[in-house]
Design a protein around this ligand. Structure first.
Ligand code: CTP
Ligand code: MG
Length: 224
């Protein structure tokens, strides 16, 4: 089943601390964002990549666009949610749409196809892994309680939706000025069911400098 994907890439990478967009940093000889784009460019079910960028990175993306056939570039906003919303306005208004962070280069094609399948059946499906650590609720460095982790999942991207489900959730959030940390939270708030597709622990988001070491290790492992 075909799908389109919005890739938010318009952040500034503050926590990475490079002084420029972390997605332009090198990983195994190529900018991080190219690793992510390649997964979707190579997937024959992906009909369109809506790449959301910051105008500071114009010249970089103008250069790379010619090497890809599916990329459609739009500008982002001050928050990730606004960047995704701008991407949504450039999308085909039917079928399945995915949102996937540019900062997660290790997503597997099998997970993408499970998400597309689940979203076509249920309207909304997100990649996630069970929480491995013991989680405690803490206030002022004092433990309040140990949370039962048996029902806790750590959420990733891609997140997949029927187009109408994602569009109405974003429009409602705009109206209510609600800012969520992912697309699913907007969809949940709109009263729609969201299904989990079990993903992999190595589908990491490159956020802080040590994530680059983990990323090199994942690439080495996959190249073995
Ligand atoms: N993003 C975006 N528009 C924004 C903020 C973030 O498109 N206004 C994108 C980032 O480029 C990234 C993804 O959303 O691919 C996830 O965001 P995050 O990992 O937080 O990246 P940054 O916002 O760039 O990093 P930081 O929060 O450390 O500044
Ligand atoms: Mg951010």
């Amino acid at each position: 089943m075909n799908y389109q994907v919005i890739i938010p890439a318009a952040g500034s990478g503050k926590r990475m601390g490079a002084g420029y967009n972390k997605l332009l940093m090198n990983l195994a000889g190529r900018p991080i964002i190219l690793h992510t784009l390649d997964v979707f460019e190579k997937d024959s079910s992906c009909s369109r990549i809506i790449l959301v960028i910051h105008s500071d990175d114009d010249s970089f993306f103008a250069e790379i666009q010619s090497h890809y056939t599916k990329i459609h570039i739009v500008y982002g906003g001050s928050e990730r949610q606004y960047s995704v919303y701008n991407g949504l306005k450039a999308a085909e208004t039917e079928g399945i749409i995915l949102v996937h962070d540019g900062a997660r280069p290790f997503i597997r094609p099998e997970t993408i196809s499970h998400l597309v399948q689940s979203a076509s059946e249920c309207g909304a499906a997100i990649a996630a892994v069970p929480v491995k650590d013991t989680i405690k609720k803490v206030i002022d460095f004092e433990v309040i309680e140990t949370v039962d982790r048996s029902s806790l999942w750590q959420v990733q991207t891609p997140q997949a939706f029927r187009f109408s489900v994602l569009q109405s959730a974003h429009e409602q959030a705009q109206k209510e000025q609600f800012l969520g940390t992912d697309e699913a939270s907007l969809v949940e708030k709109n009263g729609h069911v969201v299904k989990i597709v079990e993903s992999d622990y190595d589908n990491i988001k490159l956020t802080t400098p040590e994530d680059l070491y983990f990323a090199e290790a994942i690439i080495n492992k996959r190249n073995q």
